[in-house]
Design a protein around this ligand. Structure first.
Ligand code: TXA
Ligand code: MG
Length: 370
């Protein structure tokens, strides 16, 4: 055997004995990290609603950690609102612009005075009527609330949720909890545990699995520091319900295009799936849509389903007479279109009254309209 052949044999053997196993191990590690299948390489703990788990999550909040938790509106990504470093982690995990302030969540009505001052009689009436529940009040802030929470404004957004897991978590933490919706910035808000896991696994310390959210879109935000209170974001409590308690209020109708919109969050792209959304008279266009090729999705009501037989990607918001069901379904369906990888979504026009106002606001913003 020549020296050449010995070398070839040596390297061949070397490759079989070492090369193949090493390659396999490297591939396995890459797969584990990429697929998020293993908790081994992630810092995110999944917890549930037991007392033990809630206590654990509360402890992590007290130690400057981040916890995603269910509320009756959408999942929130929480941190101690009085801890600047902790709140900074929320912005980092979401990729959220720093000039968009956060809502501070409390578990007792009177804790409002810990973060806010000059609470008006009208504000108290709204708190009595709608807390815990999907209503956020903009009030003058206390000095203890760090600038990072309020984006440097002299006001603070405060809400007491209704969801039991949220309330127990905030109580156990013993501090007010700053929490935006627990989605990657710009994406539809998460209304189920899977949505949060999809967006934030590996980026936050804990995700609490609390099932699906009842309301399905965010709280109504109302500025109570104005002479006439003004609704900055329609949501889980309707304008009509608010006016029944405190009389007439204003509503912000358009995104203000200057640098200081009434609610800083309003100028950003929101709730958007990957596909482009086209809002139209869906029934009038049914034939065109049916005849269109390509990966086209239709977002529709149960009563219209017959018109779209044969269209591949048809998702329903529920009955055309049920705004609550449309609210509950909207974000989940928008996310579903992402997993179906459609290129274009046709969606119906939405009315403006009651709970429809919030559905309309989210869908139209997702479509890039004001
Ligand atoms: O239902 C909800 O409100 C959910 C759950 C988790 O509580 N939270 C939520 O947070 O939707 P977020 O951050 O996604 O939306 C908060 C909105 C933003 O549009 C923000 O600009 C506005 O409230 N906001 C917060 N503080 C404000 C302030 N001081 N003045 C005006 N707008 C404020
Ligand atoms: Mg949000």
């Amino acid at each position: 055997m020549g020296a050449m052949e010995t070398n070839v044999m040596f390297f061949g053997l070397f490759f079989i004995v070492y090369g193949i196993p090493i390659s396999l191990i490297v591939l396995l590690i890459v797969w584990l990290v990429k697929s998020n299948k293993s908790n081994l390489y992630s810092k995110t703990q999944i917890l549930y609603s037991s007392n033990f788990d809630i206590k654990n999550a509360a402890k992590i909040l007290r130690n400057s950690g981040t916890v995603a938790f269910p509320t009756e509106t959408v999942y929130g990504l929480g941190a101690n609102a009085l801890d600047e470093a902790a709140v900074a982690k929320i912005f980092a995990a979401k990729g959220r612009p720093s000039d968009n302030p956060l809502i501070v969540h409390i578990a007792e009505r009177d804790d409002v005075y810990k973060v806010a001052r000059e609470v008006s009689e009208a504000a108290k009436l709204l708190m009595d009527q709608f807390w815990g529940g999907p209503l956020t009040l903009i009030l003058k802030r206390q000095a203890c609330v760090p600038d990072i929470v309020t984006a440097g404004l002299d006001t603070v957004a405060v809400r007491m949720p209704a969801n039991e897991i949220a309330l127990e978590l905030i109580r156990a933490a013993g501090v007010p909890i700053a929490a935006p919706s627990a989605n990657v910035s710009g994406k539809p808000s998460p209304t189920a545990f899977e949505h949060v896991k999809h967006d934030l696994f590996g980026k936050v310390d804990v995700i609490i699995d609390g099932g699906s959210c009842d309301v399905g879109l965010e709280s109504t935000v109302i500025d109570m520091t104005r002479e006439v209170p003004i609704i900055l974001r329609p949501g889980g409590v309707s304008r009509e319900e608010i006016e029944a308690v405190i009389g007439q209020v204003d509503v912000v109708t358009k995104i203000e295009s200057n640098d200081k919109p009434a609610s800083p969050g309003m100028k950003y792209k929101h709730y958007a799936p990957n596909a482009k959304i086209i809002i139209c008279d869906i029934l009038e266009n049914a034939e065109n849509i049916r005849n269109q090729g390509g990966k086209v999705g239709v977002l529709i009501f149960d009563e219209y389903l017959d018109e779209f037989v044969g269209v591949k990607y048809v998702l329903s918001l529920g009955s055309v007479n049920d705004a609550e069901s449309a609210a509950r379904n909207l974000f989940g369906k928008l996310r579903k279109f992402d997993t179906l990888e459609v290129d274009l979504i046709y969606a119906p026009k939405i009315p403006e009254n009651g709970m429809w106002a919030a559905v309309r606001n989210r869908l139209y913003k997702a479509a890039g309209e004001n």
